[in-house]
Every structure is written in C-alpha cells, then in structure tokens.
Design a protein around this ligand. Structure first.
Ligand SMILES: *[C@@H]1O[C@H](CO)[C@@H](O)[C@H](O)[C@H]1NC(C)=O
Ligand SMILES: *[C@@H]1O[C@H](CO)[C@@H](O)[C@H](O)[C@H]1NC(C)=O
Ligand SMILES: *[C@@H]1O[C@H](CO)[C@@H](O)[C@H](O)[C@H]1NC(C)=O
Length: 302
C-alpha cells in the first residue's frame, strides 16, 4: 500500500508542482498520509472509493481550497473554535461561549461530517465531500492556534521567523513544520510522506489504543471537544506562554515547539485512522454511484 501511494505521489509531482510552500498544506498532507499508514484494508477501499482514487493528502486540502468560494462561504467558520479564554493565565473551551451557533466551529463540523460520511442515504459525492472535510478538520482541531480567539488565533500577533516578518499563526501553521519537515525542494508530497513515515515508525501505540479512539465516535462532538481542549492547553503552556511580540522565533522557541507539533500531528493522524477504520468496518459505500457528480471536477471548473 505504501509503495502504491508513494508511486502515486511521484507521478503527481511530475504533473503538478505545488505552489510555493503555501503551507498549512504540509501539516494537513502529513496527517492524511499518517492516517493511511494505520488503515485497515476496508478503510483503504472505503477512502479510495469515496475520493474517486484521489491522493488522500490532496483530498485533505479541499476545505482550504473552497473556503473563499461564495458557494462554500458557510464552511469558513468550521476551521477553528475561537476560545475566548485568557492565555497564558487561563486556557479553556466553553462550547456555548466559543462555538458560534449560526456558523458552527471545528468541533461541530467534525461531528456533522462524521455523521455524513457514515450516512449511506447521502449521495456518493456528498459523502466524499464530507470525508474531505473530516481529513482536514482533524488536522485543524489539533493545531493550538485553531482553538484560540486571542489576536484572531495569532493572525494579528506580529513576530519574525528566521529573519522574516510574519505572524504567530503562520509560524505554527507553516513555518515550524516547514523548517522541521520540509525538504527544501518544495516537494511537499515527499516531505509529508517522509514525515508521516517517521511519525508512524516512532509510534509504539498498540492497536487496542487505536480501536479505543474509534469508540469515541459514539459521541463525535464530545470527542472532538476533548481534542480541541488538549490543543488549546498548549496555547497556555507553549504558544503564548511568554510575550514574544516582535521576537524572532526561529531559534529556541522553534526548538520548544517541535515536540508539540510532532505530538499533535501524530495524534491527529492516529485518531483520524481510528475513526475511518471504525466507519469503514461498520458502514459501507454503495457501488452504483458512478453517475454522481465528482466534487473535484466541480472545483476545477471554477
Ligand atoms: C459557558 O458560557 C456560557 C455563556 O457565556 C455561560 O453562561 C456558562 O456559565 C459557561 N459555562 C462554564 C462552565 O463556564
Ligand atoms: C453539515 O454539513 C452540511 C454539508 O456541508 C451543511 O449543509 C450543514 O449545514 C451542516 N450542518 C451543521 C449543523 O453544521
Ligand atoms: C464497529 O462497531 C462496533 C459497535 O458499534 C464496534 O464495537 C466495533 O469496534 C466497530 N468496528 C471497528 C473496526 O471499529
């Protein structure tokens, strides 16, 4: 399975060079590839079918690609939950306060799309779309600054990184993962694949633990909320532990962040796999769906 995906990556790279390290994507691709290393054969079939054979790391980027399109405007609030807490003194998420009722948040979106992926009465292309949302939001809910309202999740917190002016959100979304796992060649598929291999090789978690994460599905919202809380606690312990306005974060701060980033990416990938293993074992896809609209086709004509 691994070599198949890798061959697919290489052929994809030949036909498509990703735009310059506009990340967010390296982390999301890694979570998706990592999850695929824990897939049961049913999960591999299930995801291949719902994604119409699309590379899983590419599918995970879909929600970022569509969120600025008017017809997907409703999905913009699903990428985060804005905890109105007081870091670094006090971190915490309160669903009533922090999950916007009309637009939803990453916690409610994970619950919604989990239900939709598993719903055989939905058309194939909508289940495929919901799977793409899930692949993506499992990454987002494990990024500490996607669970924080302060300075719009760090977007308005000015810092530097290795001599470049930037903001704290980009440091966590993009610059730390790129410095740590990027190849320097813009080969994002390869960088993500190698990072996923490294994390999966380091992982001594047994199958029982992975299955337990799947049990969480019984209350998807509660489960996603506990993950958001875990990520949010890192806002107090690491991300905003000290005032770093205007500082260059490429040194000591970066070193301190690596274990956090590795842990959260690993958890996101393993939890994602557990859910898909659970869903694919318990809910099937239909085979007579060849006539359904392919969501990627719909995107490409934009
Ligand atoms: C959560 O927020 C709501 C609305 O602001 C508030 O009424 C409630 O007391 C909060 N719950 C906790 C446990 O703080
Ligand atoms: C669930 O997702 C569907 C499809 O994206 C969307 O139309 C619907 O509004 C969502 N429901 C909630 C409660 O978020
Ligand atoms: C399928 O669902 C059952 C009960 O809901 C659960 O015990 C089982 O672990 C699930 N299968 C997998 C592979 O997760």
């Amino acid at each position: 399975m691994h070599s198949t995906i890798f061959a697919l990556c290489l052929s994809t790279i030949l036909s498509f060079l990703p735009p310059t390290a506009a990340w967010g994507s390296l982390g999301h691709r890694t979570v998706a590839y990592l999850a695929s290393t824990y897939f049961t054969p049913e999960s591999t079939r299930f995801t291949n079918r719902l994604l119409n054979g699309q590379d899983i790391s590419e599918a995970a980027l879909f929600p970022d690609k569509v969120r600025h399109m008017p017809q997907f405007a409703y999905s913009r609030g699903w990428h985060y939950i804005d905890a109105q807490d007081s870091p670094p003194q006090q971190c915490g998420i309160n669903m009533t306060r922090d999950c916007v009722i009309n637009t939803g948040c990453v916690v409610s979106a994970i619950a919604n799309h989990t239900g939709r992926v598993a719903d055989p009465s939905l058309p194939h292309y909508l289940r495929g779309q919901s799977l793409r949302f899930m692949l993506h939001f499992f990454g987002d809910v494990h990024q500490p600054l996607h669970t924080e309202a302060e300075d719009r999740g760090g977007n308005e917190y000015e810092v530097a990184f290795d001599g470049r002016r930037t903001n704290l959100h980009s440091v966590w979304d993009t610059l730390i993962p790129h410095k740590y796992a990027g190849t320097g060649h813009d080969d994002e598929f390869v960088a993500a694949w190698l990072w996923a291999q490294r994390l999966s090789g380091d992982d001594d978690v047994d199958d029982d633990e992975t299955r337990l994460e799947g049990e969480c599905l019984h209350d998807a919202a509660d489960c996603a909320l506990s993950w958001a809380r875990e990520a949010n606690s890192y806002v107090c312990s690491h991300v905003l532990a000290h005032d770093v306005h205007g500082q260059d974060l490429g040194g000591e701060y970066y070193q301190g962040a690596i274990p956090v980033v590795n842990e959260m990416v690993r958890k996101a990938g393993r939890r994602l796999a557990a859910w898909i293993n659970f869903i694919s074992a318990n809910y099937t896809t239909t085979t007579d769906d060849a006539g359904d609209l392919d969501v990627n086709h719909a995107i490409q004509i934009q």
